[in-house]
Design a protein around this ligand. Sequence first.
Ligand code: G1P
Length: 289
Amino acid sequence: MQVKKAVFPVAGLGTRFLPATKSSPKEMLPLIDKPLVQYVVEEAVASGIEQLLFVTGRSKRAIEDHFDISFELEALLQEKGKDDMLQEVREIADMVKIFYVRQKQALGLGHAILCAREFVGDEPFAVLLGDDIIDAEQPCLGQLLDVYRKYRGPVVALEKVPIEAISSYGCVKATGITDRIFEVTDLVEKPRREEAPSDMAIIGRYVLTPDIFPILERQTPGKGGEIQLTDALLTLSREEAIYGCLFKGKRHDCGDKLGFLKATVDMALKREEFNEEFRDYLREVLARG
Ligand code: G1P
């Protein structure tokens, strides 16, 4: 069955970016000139997703507005003859069919996914987390969907991380099927370094099936007192095979200030419009010592 739906939890408060996120969602922070959320939506669309559900919370209106038609803005751009910008702004509103549901309480990622149950119905679906911005030739979600089509089971994106960083992630123990595809045999949410079953971290892209919902419904709070998707996946892995995919591409952790800064520099260096000048500027800054 084709995966046409994606769930995008965006109810988090973004406390790591305060005060920037006091009244504006962290998903709207711009990497150069595009909000984070748009990079992820574009990845979903490029992977064949047709319907997207945002699981939102309070003060997330700006996300809805961003993917809506802005009559005033379009009229202004038209009047000024700024056709390129007009087209760009229109394309955002036409990108994908978007739905919204409120996660009324911040009970964790697992709970956010459970809020998508009615939207998902009886189909496999994707989950994308907005902190991870992935620059890849084939979109990361597309890579996971290839694995799903071949093995017909849930798939999580994996990345090897330095072991001292593993406690920031869900961590898996996995058996290799190929050099990039694994069967996942154990999952632990944010383990202490000594308890981590490997250096393979779960990155914010998943392909799931509705089998996860009855498990999430019964899931008791785990790490941080939250209903964790990782814990539900562990239960699921005892019932059916679940897979991991070491994706090809560069991930930027934009949930973290330094990661965000690095992402901005990397993206800027890839932009032709200021490539040379920006490169020269970086050299100059470094030479200053
Ligand atoms: C979530 C998941 C975690 C995963 C991470 C990827 O954690 O719970 O398993 O490794 O996303 O970004 P969060 O970073 O939202 O705390």
